[in-house]
Design a protein around this ligand. Structure first.
Ligand SMILES: C[S@@+](CC[C@H](N)C(=O)[O-])C[C@H]1O[C@@H](n2cnc3c(N)ncnc32)[C@H](O)[C@@H]1O
Length: 199
C-alpha cells in the first residue's frame, strides 16, 4: 500500500495550499557556512527534493554544475522564472528521486530535508540511491531534520543514531567534529548539518 505522505499528491497539495512550513524563504545558513569554510566548492552537484530552490540559485551563482530534482511541479514552475530572470542554467528535473539514475555521477549531493519528507520505510532505498549517484570520495552535505516531538511525519525525524545506521561507516565516512545546529524560523524543529564522504 502506498503511504499517503510520500505521494506526489500530498506534496503538490502542500504547495498549492501554501502549507510550506519547511521553507526558509532564503538560502539555508548551513550552505553558506559550508561555502565560507571552503568545505563545499564548485563541482557537479545534485539537489534532491529541491523545493523552491533558494540553494539551487546560490549554488549556480557560485559556479556549481547543478542538477535539481523535485517530483512536485509547483515549486519547479516557481523556480523556472527566477532562474531565467538571472540567466542561470541548471538541469531541472521533474522526477522521483527513487527512479533517478544519472548517466554521469556526481561529486556532491546537497540533501536538505528531502530525507525527512520520505516515509522511513523507504529510507534504505533512498540511501542506496544517493550512494549510487556519487563517485567514490563524493560528499554528502546533509541537513538532518530533528523533529522529536512530532509523532507522525512529515517531517520524519532523522536522529543521528538512526542516521549512523542508515549511512553506515562501511559505506560512509562520518566527520569527527560535532554537527552544527540550525534552528528553524517557522517551527519547533531544527536541523543538524553533517558532511559525509562516500567510500
Ligand atoms: C520538506 S520539502 C523540502 C524542500 C527544500 N529542500 C527545502 O528545504 O525548502 C521536501 C521536498 O521533497 C520533495 N519530494 C518528496 N519526495 C520526493 C520524491 N520521491 N522525489 C522527488 N521529490 C520529492 C517534495 O515535493 C518537497 O518539495
Amino acid at each position: 500500500m502506498t503511504d499517503p505522505v510520500s505521494t506526489l499528491d500530498f506534496w503538490e497539495a502542500c504547495y498549492q495550499a501554501g502549507k510550506t512550513g519547511w521553507d526558509r524563504g532564503e538560502t539555508h545558513p548551513a550552505l553558506l557556512a559550508w561555502q565560507a569554510s571552503g568545505q563545499i566548492e564548485p563541482c557537479r552537484i545534485v539537489v534532491p527534493g529541491c523545493g523552491n530552490g533558494y540553494e539551487v540559485i546560490s549554488l549556480i551563482e557560485s559556479g556549481f554544475d547543478v542538477t535539481a530534482i523535485d517530483f512536485a511541479q509547483a515549486p519547479l514552475e516557481a523556480l523556472k522564472p527566477k532562474l531565467a530572470k538571472k540567466n542561470l542554467k541548471c538541469e531541472l528535473l521533474h522526477a522521483d528521486v527513487f527512479s533517478y539514475h544519472p548517466s554521469v555521477k556526481f561529486e556532491a549531493v546537497y540533501e536538505q530535508t528531502c530525507l525527512c519528507a520520505i516515509d522511513p520505510t523507504k529510507r534504505e532505498t533512498y540511501e542506496k540511491q544517493i550512494f549510487s549517484w556519487l563517485n567514490p570520495g563524493g560528499k554528502l552535505f546533509a541537513l538532518f531534520m530533528q523533529a522529536p516531538e512530532i509523532e507522525t511525519g512529515p517531517p520524519f525525524t532523522c536522529s543521528i543514531d538512526e542516521m549512523k545506521t542508515l549511512f553506515p561507516a562501511e559505506r560512509w565516512q562520518w566527520p569527527t567534529d560535532a554537527a552544527n545546529k540550525y534552528d528553524h524560523p517557522n517551527a519547533a524543529i531544527f536541523e543538524l548539518s553533517h558532511m559525509l564522504t562516500r567510500r
